[in-house]
Design a protein around this ligand. Structure first.
Ligand SMILES: [Zn+2]
Length: 106
């Protein structure tokens, strides 16, 4: 089973009341600074080399797709299609009419 940082945090929170940071650091094989941060700060994510020792997946920055505005797990499935549908002629006419009515002259 894949261990996540959340699983690890759970283990640490469970073990912290009965073990010192020095003990935990020895057990997990990383400096207690990282363990302290994982326990104290839910948003903290340790550097990749620490993740490797802790056996949790490392995290890296991923580019956001400029078309869809999200990070795709792989290649963008629709590279050329914009996320907003193109308006039909009628819809364009309708919007222009609306703008004209609302804001007066053309
Ligand atoms: Zn995309």
């Amino acid at each position: 089973m894949l261990r996540t940082i959340c699983n690890l945090r759970g283990d640490l929170l469970f073990n912290k009341p009965v073990h010192s940071y020095a003990n935990l650091a020895e057990y997990y094989g990383v400096n207690q600074y990282y363990l302290w941060n994982i326990i104290k700060n839910e948003d903290y994510y340790p550097p990749a080399w620490v993740c490797q020792i802790l056996k949790v997946p490392a995290r890296a920055l991923a580019p956001v797709c400029p078309i869809h505005g999200i990070v795709h797990p792989g290649r963008c499935p629709r590279p050329r299609k914009p996320c907003l549908p193109w308006l039909s002629e009628e819809e364009v006419e309708e919007r222009l009419r609306y703008i004209k009515e609302k804001y007066g002259k053309d």
